[in-house]
Design a protein. Structure first.
Length: 396
């Protein structure tokens, strides 16, 4: 099989949820044939040379990301969502045509909805797959719920445009994949004609592993890119509504936030609360291992959270909102704890801080779950089975 992956960003280093999924599915797919990656770059072309593991597995082709203020301004008053218009590029379309002519692909894999607009560039007879990392209209709608003023109006408008766009574009593909059954049902309600299969997110269970217990330096830890709105909202929500309730019961509790680019507004939290921000770190595992409880107070987002899979793989005790663990086959009280009310979240968090036996039990069950169901090889097998069905249906 010859496959072309078209993505929004070069997936190295794999330091965000989206890049992790792209990176690992590329690695797994490259074992089955010749794979080419076509993606935008925005800063440094030399990043390809610093990712030998990927460049040895697939051929990499780059297209410059260009600023398109006029196009975005037009989109603001048109039917296409702003985040889709951002990735419209004549150079990308031209490169797709050239690569098809040269390599004769059997499959074109569109990684993220934002590049689905290039479906029109694919020659007849080539199978097409769209990987919806998130149902994007849901992410926008949830963000609007926790916004105010003009920002809320903009997000609601964009969510409406995105729903219409997703409904229209997804039915053009031979296969659409989502990361969970929750997303599959949501997308299916928007686009009943689309052929949708679940290919879950995964985790490297050898890299994220259980090690000998270490002395905990932190009570609570959160990981994630802090320039991503759902993560930023989660920390503001936790710091303002949950942490004070925790401190009323356990006054010495400290929260460690591990992730790049915290905003000045976020950093100000550390002046009045025991919240410490690390910024970008080379390896999140050391911080997670030296913390008692892994918190996921998310209120916004879609898809599934790789941060939870990583924490469970390390045997960490996790407490999450329902949305935070949405789409994962976790059971409240068995693999992690779930709480949506700030008071309940605080009470359960304090229980975890004070109960090492409960932390160990949750950590062990969580580790077993991800080893059984969420390794990247298991996820790739789901993708390959779905692709087999697509190619077999084309032969009938």
């Amino acid at each position: 099989m010859k496959a072309l992956f078209i993505s929004t960003l070069f997936p190295c280093p794999p330091d965000t949820g989206g890049k992790l999924r792209t990176f690992n599915l590329l690695k797994e797919t490259s074992r089955c044939g010749e794979v080419h990656l076509l993606t935008f770059y925005s800063r440094r072309k030399e990043s390809v040379t610093t990712a030998p593991e990927l460049s040895l597995r697939c051929q990499v082709h780059l297209v410059p990301m260009e600023g398109r203020l006029n196009q975005l301004a037009t989109a603001a008053f048109g039917d296409r969502p702003l985040s889709i218009a951002k990735y419209r590029s004549v150079k990308m379309a031209e490169r797709i045509h050239r690569l098809q002519s040269k390599h004769g692909f059997d499959l074109v894999y569109f990684d993220h909805l934002h590049v689905a607009q290039y479906r029109e560039c694919v020659a007849p007879g080539i199978k097409t797959v769209l990987d919806e990392h998130n149902v994007e209209s849901i992410v926008l709608a949830r963000a609007a719920e926790y916004s105010w003023g003009p920002k809320r109006w903009v997000l609601e408008s964009q969510a409406k445009k995105m729903r219409a766009y997703e409904a229209q574009v997804t039915k053009r593909f031979d296969l659409v994949t989502t990361v969970s059954e929750v997303d599959r049902r949501a997308l299916g309600s928007l686009s009943p004609e689309a052929r949708i299969q679940v290919v879950p997110n995964g985790v490297d269970t050898e890299f994220f592993s259980i090690e000998a217990p270490r002395e905990a330096e932190w009570d609570l830890v959160f990981t994630g890119s802090m320039d991503w709105l759902p993560n930023e909202d989660a920390i503001f929500y936790f710091a303002n509504q949950i942490l004070p309730r925790i401190m009323a019961r356990a006054p010495l509790t400290k929260l460690l936030v591990v992730g790049r680019n915290p905003s000045p507004k976020l950093l100000k939290l550390g002046r009045r609360l025991p919240v410490h921000f690390t910024g970008a770190v080379p390896d999140v595992r050391e911080y997670v291992r030296r913390s008692k409880v892994f918190v996921v107070p998310l209120r916004i987002g879609g898809g599934t959270r790789l941060k939870i899979l990583e924490a469970l793989a390390m045997g960490s005790a996790v407490i999450s909102t329902s949305l935070g663990c949405e789409g994962l086959d976790t059971v409240d009280g068995e693999h992690l704890l779930v709480a949506d009310d700030p008071e309940e979240f605080a009470c359960k968090t304090v229980d975890l801080i004070r109960n090492p036996e409960l932390r160990r039990a949750l950590g062990s069950a969580g580790r077993n779950l991800v080893v059984d169901r969420y390794t990247w090889s298991c996820c790739a097998d789901r993708l390959f089975r779905a692709l087999d069905e697509v190619f077999d249906s084309g032969k009938r």
